[in-house]
Structure formats: structure tokens, C-alpha cells
Design a protein around this ligand. Structure first.
Ligand code: SF4
Ligand code: SF4
Length: 86
């Protein structure tokens, strides 16, 4: 599945509680060698915490990722795994 470049998506900003990444117990870790650049994680992250780069690779914004695990559960290539935060 491919998404148009201008697909509507929200972007996280600092709220009254600060950066929401501090709420996280588990951290998504991306193995770029497995990623097919399908952008499913980017489209499904409820926090808008996955950034899409020019070449459709993805970056996780740990300032705002809450560690919900949706990206890891939905990735068709098992390129994202959840690890407990230290
Ligand atoms: S869902 Fe998985 S394969 Fe698709 S862009 Fe995200 S990390 Fe890559
Ligand atoms: S763990 Fe949840 S909040 Fe963090 S990048 Fe994945 S889908 Fe987004």
C-alpha cells in the first residue's frame, strides 16, 4: 500500500504535561534492514510520533512516542520490536 505525500496526519507538540515520551514503559526499536518502507507504522501511530522521510524510510520520535506498541504489532515485516525502557 502506498500513501500520497500529503496524506493528512497530525504532529505532536509539547502539552501541559511536557513531552509525552516520558510516559513510556516500552520503547519501539526499528531494525532498518527489515523495513520495506510500507509506511503502515507511520499511518497508524496514534501519536504522530513516526516521521516519514523523503525516501519513505521512517524515524521514531522518542520525545512523543508513548510506547503503545501499535507500530510493532502492525508492522508486516516484524521490523519493530518493543523493549522495556531502562
Ligand atoms: S510498518 Fe514496518 S516495514 Fe512498514 S514502514 Fe513501518 S517499520 Fe517499515
Ligand atoms: S509505540 Fe505507539 S506511540 Fe510509539 S511510535 Fe509506535 S505506534 Fe507510535
Amino acid at each position: 500500500m502506498k500513501y500520497e505525500t500529503k496524506t493528512t496526519i497530525s504532529y505532536p507538540t509539547v502539552g501541559p504535561a511536557g513531552k509525552t515520551g516520558t510516559w513510556r514503559d516500552f520503547r519501539p526499536e526499528l531494525d532498518e534492514s527489515k523495513c520495506s518502507k510500507c509506511l503502515l507504522c507511520w499511518a497508524l501511530c496514534p501519536e504522530g510520533a513516526i516521521e516519514r522521510l523523503e525516501d519513505n524510510s521512517v524515524l521514531i520520535d522518542y520525545d512523543y512516542c508513548k510506547g503503545c506498541g501499535i507500530c510493532a504489532n502492525e508492522c508486516p515485516k516484524d521490523a519493530i520490536t518493543m523493549a522495556r525502557e531502562e
